[in-house]
Design a binder for this molecule. Structure first.
Ligand SMILES: [Zn+2]
Length: 313
């Protein structure tokens, strides 16, 4: 009972707690919940605002990058425009850079037979065949100061063919040593031909052609071809290669077929032959080639400054 008494004296203090301690009252709990909600709302809002701010920043960064890229694109566009302008400028200076240039295309189907590297005994044989067919051709000759050479130049001119300059020496190392060296070699041959025939050539063919791979390079040949034109010459390459220089003495049939194949469907042809001492099969192929071209409807003419021209440069 004592225990009961003591227990009875003690105040029942199970739910009241003391001021500032123990369990909150029902009202306080509600207030705490409201505060928690407010805090939650506040932090959520803050987080949202932070997210929005971040999104805004990201957006701004993207915008800045976009502006930067646009400016880079503009710079690149400008560079491309400048490069295109430069290419066009170069093309104007060298319109034939990427291909063969042709000038003065004749109205009628015309074949221009050309013979390089003479005169030799083969030159006389070629002249006999041309006379037989009454066909005129062009001879791009080299220097031969002997009586035979001078007589050959004279015969070429007297029989109505054209004489072209193919340099006096035809020595690649010498003629392509410099522009001056080339011009000097050309003048030396002009002097000899003028002395022998009274005619000073104004047409020319570069040894190896204007696109030869033995000169110091394409830039050199462009400069040299301009110089040659300034000096009053027209220069000629070809659009039909008889392949008579593909080896020392190719079969006659190789030469005939090469000309037939390459001239098919062409309006005008400048045919490259050689009349140097080894070219016996060129002489043998010539009658069949002339007959074939005649059968295809070609007339024949000589090259001149105002004639049809094919140039690689
Ligand atoms: Zn030659």
């Amino acid at each position: 009972m004592q225990g009961d008494g003591l227990a009875a004296e003690e105040p029942v203090n199970e739910a009241a707690g003391g001021p500032g301690g123990g369990q909150p009252s029902g009202g306080q709990r509600l207030a705490d919940k409201a505060t928690a909600l407010q805090l939650f709302a506040f932090f959520t809002l803050a987080a949202l605002l932070a997210l929005l701010a971040q999104a805004g920043l990201v957006n701004q960064t993207l915008k800045n990058q976009q502006i930067q890229y646009r400016s880079e694109i503009e710079t690149l566009r400008e560079q491309v425009r400048q490069m295109n302008e430069r290419v066009e400028q170069l093309q104007r200076q060298h319109p034939n850079r990427n291909g063969v240039i042709t000038e003065n295309v004749p109205e009628k189907k015309t074949a221009y037979l050309t013979f390089d590297d003479g005169p030799s005994e083969n030159t006389l044989a070629v002249l006999n065949i041309l006379a037989r067919y009454q066909v005129k051709a062009t001879f791009f000759v080299n220097g031969n100061p002997t009586d035979f050479g001078r007589a050959a130049y004279r015969r070429i001119a007297q029989e109505g063919h054209a004489l072209g300059n193919h340099t006096y020496s035809h020595l690649y190392r010498k003629v392509y040593a410099s522009i001056e060296s080339f011009m000097e070699d050309v003048r030396r041959l002009d002097d000899l031909i003028a002395e022998a025939t009274g005619i000073r050539p104004d047409i020319l063919r570069f040894p190896g052609g204007s696109n030869n791979l033995v000169s110091p390079g394409r830039g050199f040949m462009i400069a040299l071809s301009q110089r040659v034109v300034e000096a009053g010459y027209q220069y000629f390459d070809w659009n039909v290669d008889s392949l008579d220089a593909s080896k020392a003495t190719p079969d006659r049939a190789v030469i005939v077929n090469a000309v037939a194949r390459q001239s098919a469907g062409q309006k005008a042809v400048i045919v490259l032959f050689h009349d140097s001492p080894a070219k016996k099969t060129t002489v043998e192929a010539l009658p069949a080639i002339i007959e074939r071209l005649q059968h295809e409807g070609y007339g024949f003419d000589v090259l001149s400054k105002s004639a049809y021209a094919v140039k690689f440069l």
